[in-house]
Each structure stands twice: as C-alpha cells, then as structure tokens.
Design a protein around this ligand. Structure first.
Ligand SMILES: *[C@@H]1O[C@H](CO)[C@@H](O)[C@H](O)[C@H]1NC(C)=O
Ligand SMILES: *[C@@H]1O[C@H](CO)[C@@H](O)[C@H](O)[C@H]1NC(C)=O
Length: 319
C-alpha cells in the first residue's frame, strides 16, 4: 500500500514535469527552487504600475514583441547605448516603447530577494503576460528560464514590421519567424491596447506632407477622426480601438468597420487571405481570439531564447 502510494506520487510528479517542460531548458516552474516568489512579486509590481497608469499595458506588450523580434527574447531591447555602440533602444522604431521603469522596479525587487537569478528577458516576458491579464485578456502561463543577451544594435531594428506593410509583407515577415498567417493576425490583435501616433498613419490622409489621395480602405467618417488627430501634430495619439486600455476583440470590430488606424491594421481586412481570420475573431468570437492570442504569445516568447548566458544585474547593461 505504502509502495503504491509512493509510485503514484512519482508518476504524478513525472506527468507534471512533462506537462510543464517544453524540451528547451525553459519550463513553467523554472524559479520554483531558486526564487519561488519571483513570479508573484513581479506580477504585484507590474499590477501596481498599471493601476497608476493603465496605458503602460500596451507599452509592456510592445516591448516584449520588440525584444523577441530582434535577436530573440533576450532583453536586448533594454540595453543602453554606450560610447561605442548605439543600441536598439535608440532606433526611431522605439517611438512607442514605454515601461522601462516597470521592468527596472520589478528587477530591483527580485534582485533584493534572490540576487543574480531572474533574467531581465524573463521579466519582460512575464510583464507582458501580466499586462494582458491586467487589461482583461486571457489568463495563461509562460515558460521561464531565458538568459540575457549581450548584443543590441540599432541596425537590427530594421527588421521590425512597418505600419505601411501590406498583408503579403506582414505574412512574409512573420513567416520568417515561423508564424502562420493565423498567428500573425492573432498577434496583430495586441493592438487592442494602446495608440498610434499620427506620424505612422498620416500618409493615409490628404494634406499631411504627402500628395497622396486618402487611403480608400478607410471609412469616410473615420478619415475625419484621423485627420482631426493629425491636425494636433505628428505626435498626436489615436487609440487603435474604442477601448484602448481594455484587452478585448474590439480591434477586429474596428477593422470590420474600416476603422483600422494603421495601414498594416486595415490591410488585414482588405486582403481576402486574412479577412476570414479577422471575421473569425470579431463580434461574438472573442474567446477564439483569446485562445489563439495566448498560444501565439507563448510561441513568440520562445523566439531564439538563450538557455545559457548571463543574468544581468542591471537590465540596462551587460555584466
Ligand atoms: C528612442 O530613440 C530616440 C532617437 O531616435 C531617442 O532620443 C530616445 O531617447 C529613445 N527613446 C527611448 C524611450 O529610449
Ligand atoms: C505588397 O507590397 C509589396 C512591396 O511593396 C508589393 O510588391 C506587393 O505587390 C504588394 N502586395 C499587394 C497585394 O498589394
């Protein structure tokens, strides 16, 4: 009887470990022994920052995306420029990157508790996940165990998707990183949070240092909204959807109404390949969006992760 009990416990443990490991060195319980409170402390710290400023949620998700897209999820996005290196951070593509101080605060807490254990890359990934949950999005777990990278170069940021991309350019770029068309459309749903600046969509309008005609894919009434925003200058902000701090599927509803803010948003509805997927996430289909989004986020969080390397003491510089 006692032996059977033991065997059962071992079997249960093994099943648990298998379920929570993904073949990489990363796993769901990576800090279970080395810093058991890490995830909880980071979540608390992120949540209190978001209570003070809910608009940071979009910034944290965007930061994770930028980090993973360039050189893998290795916190290269956090490194400061030095006298002989201009970092990713100082690229014009950084415009909407916000929330560095949220990561710094979380890092301070875990460094006090367990010095040198929790990587900046993991904190960025956890903060993005916590931001999704805080804003009302899907609740999910992510593998941990990323190490921090040592390379951060401005020229690498050329490989970020541009707001002027059409569907085939988006599909191609996401494919290069191993994402399907469906995953690309689901990840674009991250735009359910946050804003775009006029400078990234004024080329779709008339009379803002371009001779273009108005982009015909924009709803007539929405042209007026965007124009009004741009009348306030290049840095004026336009929310991607009507609930900028709420993680929901309203982004896709906006696309259906031809009220996507960026060309690279509306193109998902214009193009036949992706329109069906947009329709599959809009309206009453929020649960499907949530499911696909969380899966795609976990996958993105594993892009070119480093299993060996350093855990930075200070997220702004290599050790
Ligand atoms: C973004 O890059 C610009 C230079 O293009 C730089 O002046 C600015 O400090 C950077 N912003 C952040 C938040 O790092
Ligand atoms: C998308 O953009 C690329 C590059 O500018 C162009 O070659 C292609 O024809 C465009 N595709 C569509 C469907 O407009």
């Amino acid at each position: 009887m006692r032996f059977d009990m033991k065997t059962m416990i071992v079997v249960v443990l093994m099943v648990f470990m298998l379920r929570h490991c993904n073949g990489l060195g990363l796993n769901m319980n990576y800090y279970l022994m080395s810093c058991p409170m890490a995830e909880f402390m980071i979540k608390n710290s992120v949540n209190s920052a978001l209570r003070a400023d809910p608009t940071l949620a979009a910034g944290l998700i965007r930061m994770h995306f930028h980090d993973c897209w360039i050189q893998g999820c290795d916190a290269s996005v956090l490194l400061d420029s030095t006298s002989d290196n201009t970092a990713e951070k100082d690229s014009p593509a950084n415009l909407s990157l916000r929330g560095y101080e949220v990561i710094d605060n979380a890092k301070k807490l875990v460094e006090n508790m367990c010095p040198g254990v929790v990587s900046c890359a993991d904190i960025v990934a956890m903060a993005a996940r916590d931001a999704v949950i805080f804003a009302g999005g899907p609740v999910y777990d992510i593998p941990k165990g990323r190490k921090d990278g040592t390379r951060s170069k401005i020229e690498d940021t050329r490989n970020l998707p541009s707001p002027t991309f059409n569907t085939s350019e988006l599909i191609n770029m996401f494919k290069q990183h191993g994402f399907s068309v469906q995953e690309m459309v689901a990840l674009s749903g991250g735009h359910t949070l946050g804003v775009a600046r006029c400078s990234s969509f004024k080329n779709r309008l008339k009379n803002f240092d371009s001779t273009n005609d108005v982009d015909p894919s924009i709803d007539k009434q929405f042209v007026k909204t965007l124009t009004k925003t741009c009348n306030a200058g290049d840095n004026a902000e336009q929310p991607f959807d009507s609930s900028r701090n709420m993680f929901d599927n309203d982004y896709y509803n906006a696309l259906q109404r031809q009220a996507g803010v960026l060309f690279s948003d509306q193109t998902l509805m214009t193009d036949l390949t992706t329109r069906q997927i947009v329709n599959g996430y809009a309206g009453f289909n929020q649960a499907r969006f949530f499911f696909d989004f969380q899966q795609a986020m976990v996958k993105m969080g594993l892009l070119d992760v480093k299993e060996t390397g350093e855990v930075r003491q200070n997220c702004h510089k290599i050790n």
